[in-house]
Design a protein around this ligand. Sequence first.
Ligand code: NAP
Length: 246
Amino acid sequence: MTSLKTVIITGASRGIGRSIAELLANNGYNILINYNNSERIAFDLYNKLKSEGLSVKLFKADVSRRDEVCSMMEYCIKEFGSIDVLINNAGISQEKLFIDITDKDFDDIININLKGVFYCCQEALKYILPKKRGKIINISSIWGIVGASCEVHYSASKAGIIGFTKALSKELGPSNIQVNCIAPGIIKTDMLSSYTEDELSNLQNNTPLMRLGDPSDIASCALFLASSHSDFITGQIISPNGGFVI
Ligand code: NAP
């Protein structure tokens, strides 16, 4: 059986998504890098991987807009001929007291973090389902498992991804499509920019492996879940978190 070849990674301009794109491209996958606002660094990544002879394409789309997601899937089919693996990584976070969360704050988080996963899965499945082979990997968070104070809307969106993953895996299992979830611990990316040095060192000291995560810690997990080594795994929540949540 030929291996799954073409991967769409949402939110791959920066952080975890970028690291996943680099690792999978270097492991022989065709990669569609999705970005929304960070055009310059997305192009830098695209040019770097291209110059290394790797198979990459770039597409700007806001995952919270169905029309843009639909165009991205069409572009992937046009350029690579298939969609085999979808990695729903794009996400935003916000720290706020619960009583201060506005309707807009709540909608922004849900629309990008959760509805974006819904749009990407539905639009990609138009191409994946008829083949009866493919994989979906959704990026949740430890906060979707245990909840984070001052991040109620973010935690709700990430808990939603966990329920979404479990339900969809049951529905798609008979079609030979695995749906799994990665729930990262605290990973050093721009998303941590609101944390103080003290807060970060406190988090590190409360992590049994005594370090914060690197985006590459998540990328290696995504590589496994995208590969045939994970063919009997579906509906699972894998949490690379250094032991922070056990
Ligand atoms: P990051 O460095 O802030 O990167 C976020 C990425 O998401 C960027 O590439 C951004 O693209 C993209 N994005 C945001 N809104 C988008 C939209 N509407 N449409 C398309 N792309 C969009 O964050 P990160 O830490 O790598 O986070 C990646 C994922 O891991 C998120 O789902 C996050 O919730 C999750 N996570 C992170 C941590 C952590 O500690 N860092 C822990 C658990 C889970 P542009 O800049 O191009 O808009």
